[in-house]
Write a protein that binds this ligand. Sequence first.
Ligand SMILES: Nc1ncnc2c1ncn2[C@@H]1O[C@H](COP(=O)(O)OP(=O)(O)OP(=O)(O)O)[C@@H](O)[C@H]1O
Ligand SMILES: [Mg+2]
Length: 409
Amino acid sequence: MSLAPQELENSASKYAAEAIRLDSQGSRGMAIQSYQRAIEALVKLVQIYPDYKLNKVYMERASAYQNRIKALQMSHGLEEEERSSLNKIDNSKQEPSNGHGTKPASSSSKSTSVETLKADFDDLVMKEKPNVSWNEVIGLEDAKRAIRESIVYPMKRADLFPLGWPRGILLYGPPGCGKTLLAAAAAAEIDGYFINVDAASMMSKWLGEAEKNISKLFKMARTLNESEGVPVLLFIDEIDSLLGTRNSEVGGEVRVKNQFLTEMDGINGKSKESQLYIIGATNKPWSLEAGFLRRFQKRIYVTLPDTASRTNLFTQYTSPLNVEGLLRVDELAKVSEGYSASDIKDICQSVQLRVVNELFESGKAMEAGTNPRAINMPDFKEILKIRKPSVSIDMIRAYMRWSDQFKAL
Ligand SMILES: Nc1ncnc2c1ncn2[C@@H]1O[C@H](COP(=O)(O)OP(=O)(O)OP(=O)(O)O)[C@@H](O)[C@H]1O
Ligand SMILES: [Mg+2]
């Protein structure tokens, strides 16, 4: 969600480009300095955002620059000794050819093999099917129904849909209410491929040009569907970032957006046999413009849980915990209005931490057979007092306003 890594990424990318330029001009010392700065920025990025999806890519880049520094230092040392006889180290072996510090473009050959395409997105594509069942997704009945109607049923009986069916679903709503979870549950139901990409990562300079990434991504999805004849579900998380400010090159945003619209048209206009589905998720639906929205025929508001759902959420997330007597989950549901599903999960986790903490503080945790005391109602009340909802009322109003105007069930 956050764009905060952007600046570090930009500065790493700037130093890398500079290093490569200096390197190719033969300014060894300055090139080394710039490579060093690029490495520092990349390492910092990984340290600050340890869970970021592109970290593997960043570390690969950092180590490539490190190698290049070593090679430059070595060639320098040797050159001092036998200045005349040494051939220059071949730059092309160490550095990407496109000069932007991006991954070497493996698409330069015309090959459209699925393997090549897959390799391009290796870090971003989830290959294993998620293990999430519909029952684990609490509430959100509209969303579940829409997904079943437009993905699961057509997949099973395409002959019942002579007029076709919607291929694009947009899930929007506040953070932590189950957008990603819903996509995972849909994927678990599909007997085919689930491609899970994060749009913010796709926009990264380190993966090459964003609009090419988009076209490669859709090509991969089509190729998988056509060559193996199985359904493919493409899940694009944080889809608003395709239109965001991440792509700082002039005209880049427009190109990315147009590429995406073209690809969506390709899918919507496809023959009935095509089993390619797109689920997009965003918590900034207002940043999507009309053209974009129109391509998602179903637009579903993934809301904060209502009282009944909160009851079920408390039941689900306390079920593995040791609770004193019968927990009054409906009372908890009443006092947790405004909390998201993921807030409720966090609350249950915090309550468990509290009793475990007590056990450790008592010094008895390491004695054989000791367990934390049972959790009780006051524990929940205490945690609720110190943990406020992560979504503000203003945000909810904004979603509701947008929803009134644009939802499509
Ligand atoms: N409807 C739900 N039922 C059960 N658990 C939920 C539900 N919604 C969210 N959770 C819990 O909260 C976690 C985070 O939810 P999820 O990642 O689906 O939110 P999201 O809507 O995609 O948020 P974001 O906009 O931040 O990406 C889930 O992994 C799950 O544990
Ligand atoms: Mg999500």
